[in-house]
Write a protein that binds this ligand. Structure first.
Ligand SMILES: O=P(O)(O)O[C@H]1O[C@H](CO)[C@@H](O)[C@H]1O
Ligand SMILES: Nc1nc2[nH]cnc2c(=O)[nH]1
Length: 293
């Protein structure tokens, strides 16, 4: 009924991967973290680590992008059992959208309740500066407009409903918690806005940047929104944060050119602060009942 390209990983395949992972170590993670480009240092914060290469995990895709190490790290962060993806998957790597989001379903089957996703993104909002952190309040899923949504294909009710609501995808309490924690840390570079996902890997043209800004997007990237849709479908609580690694070029007189090196350089500059923010958030997320303290 559905073409082969829309084949999801079945519940049984995701379960087999989750069971294999659970058999490797004692940690039963309640928080799942996904590291954006150049932000893999987040995983280093975990204590009592069990590190598993993606290449050793049954059914798992492989990382192909510089700045995405390709390791799954289990451990505790501020005493909370966590699992951290040091490297995510993107559409432009050539994977079907169901494959790049499959780890989120594995998170669910591992017992994860809350996912914290990070990414590197271009700042469309001209009030944003390089190095700002944007709490994502909503997204625009451009590939989804053309039917490239991770939930396309047969729906398995064991994960979630056929038509999930995503108007409340980004948990409001977690958004508030992030801003509260950032304030306590003295961060003066916090923003809250709308993330737009494109397929990549080419960066945007000037006309595209102008169009996306007109549509209401504050930042643009090539990830996250697909993971968020799958996470919400299976009932996970979601928080997502963009590091504005570069300013989108909106002006034909500009000499600036988007490039992955700048993305990684900015990530390196802000990594320690981003790690602090996420760690302090994790310490205040009450696990076991999906609430914050
Ligand atoms: O979204 P993450 O994985 O942080 O990566 C972002 O950085 C890369 C471009 O430099 C793209 O992959 C874009 O999506
Ligand atoms: N699409 C896109 N992804 C990014 N990731 C980091 N910066 C950018 C950007 O400017 N555009």
């Amino acid at each position: 009924m559905f073409p082969e390209s829309t084949k999801s990983y079945s519940y049984e395949e995701c379960k087999a991967t989750a069971d294999w992972l659970l058999a490797q170590g004692p940690v039963r993670p309640q928080v799942g973290i996904v590291c954006g480009s150049g932000l893999g240092g987040l995983a280093e914060m975990l204590k009592d680590q069990l590190v598993i290469n993606y290449s050793d995990i049954p059914n798992f895709p492989q990382s192909t992008v510089h700045g995405h190490a390709g390791k799954l790290v289990f451990g505790t962060l501020k005493g909370k059992p966590c699992v951290c993806m040091q490297g995510r998957f993107h559409l432009y790597e050539g994977y079907p959208i169901q494959k790049i989001t499959m780890p989120i379903r594995v998170f669910k089957l591992l017992g994860v309740e809350t996912v914290l996703l990070t990414n590197a993104a271009g700042g469309l909002n001209q009030d944003y500066n390089v190095g700002d952190m944007m709490v994502i309040k909503d997204h625009i899923n451009i590939p989804g407009f053309a039917g490239n949504n991770p939930l396309v294909g047969r729906n398995d009710e064991r994960f979630g409903v056929r038509f999930p609501c995503v108007s409340d995808a980004y948990d409001r309490d977690l958004q508030e918690l992030a801003l509260e924690v950032a304030d306590e840390l003295g961060f003066s570079f916090m923003q809250k806005g709308v993330y737009c996902v494109l397929g990549g890997p080419s960066f945007e043209t000037i006309a595209e940047c102008r169009m996306l800004r007109t549509l209401g997007a504050d930042a643009v990237g090539m990830s996250t929104a697909h993971e968020v849709i799958v996470a919400r479908h299976c009932g996970l609580r979601v928080f997502a944060l963009s590091l504005i690694t570069n300013k989108s070029v909106m002006d034909y007189d500009s000499e600036k050119k988007a490039n992955h090196e700048e993305v990684l350089e900015t990530a390196e500059l802000r990594a320690a602060q981003l790690e602090k923010l996420i760690a302090n958030m994790v310490s205040r997320i009450e696990t076991g009942n999906n609430n914050t303290q």
